[in-house]
Design a protein around this ligand. Structure first.
Ligand SMILES: Cc1cc2nc3c(=O)[nH]c(=O)nc-3n(C[C@H](O)[C@H](O)[C@H](O)COP(=O)(O)OP(=O)(O)OC[C@H]3O[C@@H](n4cnc5c(N)ncnc54)[C@H](O)[C@@H]3O)c2cc1C
Length: 388
């Protein structure tokens, strides 16, 4: 028996567990997670980017809290004098746009950021070229530069939250949820692959790209699909100036990774569903032309490895869905649909879910617009500018 059962113990599950535990409720929390190494979870396979560069106030505020937590992570996740080993690399973010439509969306997004007190710069082509001399900017019309943005080691983030939550008394069960016992409008028990059944008062489904299938076990539908994304690591000859995490107008994103770089692409034309195959031809045909067009030093790059990871892709509007299953089982909660920006929202989602469960409503960031109600009403919450 647990008061609160959390399904999935990656960044969302472990952050929720940590935030619940910090209120003194650790003994009441049980996290079900099949893989303590997180080999397949999205979080460790992500780019680890944290940006204040969003077009919705809620997303800016969530990332702002994420940034605060990650910048202070080693201290916050200290267990018995052993700090979580961690760096927040403040290399910045850069969003490049071309054409009137992209420029208008970027300007609108930048205005929202400015209203929220984010010190981002809207650059014209000349300013951009002067700031990043290695970049070829002739085809770029404008850019947003976020100097306070950066990236973290996402695997360390998951393990840091998990280790701290366990040290505070949260129980992790290494198993998989395969079914539920439901009666009287409530999910009473989770059924595990091992055959064990655990009763709970509240169930929270944060199983990432696997989450929609788990929600479907109790009849809840969410407009969220697994979407495979390939990331490649490459080396270049020689050195260039420190680069921000850059999103090209043609969809490719790249950032520094140690001595080399990683690159990913959102719009790959890949069908929904799990697909672990690394498509090297996609790098040659789609990634490389964009990279070589942007940075001269990328013309002669050498790919060293690639991997696939999965977004929990919200096909309705790309945005978070958090809260109770309105119109469904009264004790069934989800946080899903993070698409390509859940790592940075992990801390805020942990705090928000804790507020929902313990206080009955949001105390810090009001995420009411991100409830399941907009799915029922079919009212997308559209974000302009940089989206994952
Ligand atoms: C290529 C790529 C790049 C990304 N880049 C960024 C970025 O730069 N910045 C950013 O903020 N976000 C980024 N993201 C998104 C981010 O990684 C995700 O939004 C975030 O990791 C979601 O966390 P999660 O805990 O919901 O899911 P996951 O990390 O996927 O974890 C889900 C967990 O559920 C567990 N699980 C599965 N089935 C079951 C079951 N039946 N029972 C119990 N547990 C189960 C899994 O083992 C797993 O540990 C990126 C994602 C990808 C794929």
């Amino acid at each position: 028996m647990a008061d609160i059962i959390i399904i999935g113990g990656s960044i969302m599950g472990s952050s929720i567990a940590y935030h619940l535990a910090m209120t003194g409720r650790a003994g009441e929390v049980c996290v079900i997670e099949p893989d303590p190494s997180y080999e397949w979870a999205a979080a460790p396979r992500s780019s680890g980017g944290v940006r204040l560069m969003h077009g919705l106030p809620e997303n800016i505020e969530m990332s702002r809290y994420g940034r605060e937590v990650y910048k202070d992570f080693a201290r916050l996740m200290d267990v018995d004098g052993q700090p979580g080993s961690f760096d927040f690399l403040e290399n910045g973010y850069l969003y490049l746009v071309k054409g009137p439509e992209q420029v208008a969306a970027a300007e609108e997004s930048w205005r929202v950021q400015t209203e929220q007190g984010v010190p981002n710069d809207l650059l014209d082509r000349d300013e951009l070229g002067a700031r990043f001399p290695s970049m070829k900017v002739a085809d770029i019309d404008a850019a947003i530069h976020g100097p306070q943005d950066g990236f973290i080691d996402p695997h360390a983030a998951v393990l840091g939250f998990r280790r701290k939550a366990i040290s505070l008394g949260v129980k992790y069960v290494q198993d998989k949820v395969v079914d539920f016992e439901v009666s009287g409008g409530l999910a009473r028990k989770v059924v595990l692959e091992s055959g064990e059944r655990i009763a709970g008062d509240i169930i929270v489904n944060v199983a990432g790209a696997w989450g929609p299938k788990i929600s479907a076990m109790v009849g809840m539908t969410v407009p969220v699909e697994p979407l495979s994304r390939n990331t490649f690591y490459f080396d270049i000859r020689g050195k260039i100036e420190t680069m921000p995490l850059t999103k090209d107008p043609d969809g490719v994103t790249f950032r520094q990774e140690g001595a080399g770089f990683t690159a990913g692409q959102t719009d790959t034309g890949v069908a929904f569903g799990f697909d672990w195959e690394v498509k090297h031809d996609m790098f040659d045909n789609k990634f490389w032309p964009v990279l070589a067009n942007r940075v001269t030093a990328f013309e002669a790059l050498q790919v060293k490895r690639g991997w696939a990871g999965h977004y929990a892709f919200n096909r309705m509007d790309g945005n978070t869905i958090i809260g109770k299953w309105i119109g469904g089982l009264d004790n069934f909660y989800v946080a899903t649909g993070f698409t390509g920006a859940g790592l940075q929202k992990g801390p805020a989602i942990g705090r928000a879910m804790t507020e929902l469960l313990l206080d009955g409503g949001y105390q810090t960031i009001d995420l009411s617009r991100m409830s399941y109600q907009r799915v029922i009403d079919d009212k997308p919450l559209i974000e302009k500018g940089f989206t994952a």
